[in-house]
Write a protein that binds this ligand. Structure first.
Ligand code: HPA
Length: 245
């Protein structure tokens, strides 16, 4: 069976229902991963789990060592990665607690270590990123989602912002004009690094707030947390359905 890793985002620092078998720390040429790698059994299947923001949820999006995380997963023989990410909804149909399996992305991040192909190169390498997500894994997630009552959007354009602050209304307006449907802070460089190492990578986004200027009021952490605790139930249901396929 394909070795699967789940990268947990905000609200998924611990994967409830995961029976942990052991934890492992691997040295990487890029420093330390966000946390020890967690090996365990979820929905009856062996998986690897990595909380992106650290086991104590204290690593902000722009400080995450994306290279160490992806490198570690590759070293452990991972072939497929489901990346869970909390996002804001830009498209009017994309409402809090809905899930989105994005098919495209736009990268607005800066200053992050974003490639493995930087130093000591035998030759310059340009990876293809026409389709930034693994379509096979995306389709498997969509098939699994058919068994759920949760609203799961089958596609969407993920705009990756630098954070840790949220966006201004004008920034969201620009992102909407660019074609973004959802906005989050961790989608890149994670997706590109996974592609550089030939990992099949798809994202399960959970909407936790209307993006800036799209709701009736300011975005508060309390609102985000309330939506997250409902939305994460949907994420767990999708992961379980996916693993039971
Ligand atoms: N913007 C960026 N990242 C986010 C948001 C948002 O509104 N909500 C959750 N992650």
């Amino acid at each position: 069976m394909t070795q699967l890793a789940i990268i947990g985002g905000t609200g998924l620092t611990a994967l409830e229902g995961l029976e942990i078998t052991h934890k492992q720390v691997l040295p990487t040429p890029y420093g330390e991963a966000s946390s020890p790698i967690i090996h365990g059994v979820y929905a009856g299947k062996k998986i690897i789990f990595l909380p992106r923001h650290g086991a104590r949820h204290n690593i902000p999006p722009h400080k995450i060592n994306y290279r160490a995380n992806i490198w570690t997963l590759k070293e452990l023989g991972v072939e497929a990665v489901i990346a869970v990410a909390a996002v804001g909804g830009i498209h009017p149909d994309m409402q809090a607690t809905d899930l989105v399996i994005p098919h495209q992305l736009i990268d607005y991040t800066y200053g992050r270590e974003h490639t493995f192909f930087a130093d000591d190169l035998a030759h310059v390498t340009h990876i293809d990123f026409t389709e930034p997500y693994c379509e096979q894994l995306r389709q498997q997630l969509l098939i699994a989602s058919n068994t759920l009552t949760t609203k799961v959007h089958h596609q969407g354009v993920y705009g990756a912002t630098q954070g840790p602050r949220l966006e201004s209304t004008a920034e969201i307006n620009r992102m909407e004009r660019d074609g973004c449907d959802i906005v989050g802070m961790t989608g890149m460089p994670e997706a590109a690094l996974a592609r550089e190492l030939n990992l099949c990578y798809a994202c399960c986004s959970v909407i936790v707030n209307p993006a800036a200027g799209r709701g009736l009021k300011e975005i508060t952490m309390a609102d985000i947390e309330a939506n997250l605790s409902l939305g994460i139930v949907n994420v767990r249901a999708l992961l379980t359905a996916f693993l039971n396929q």
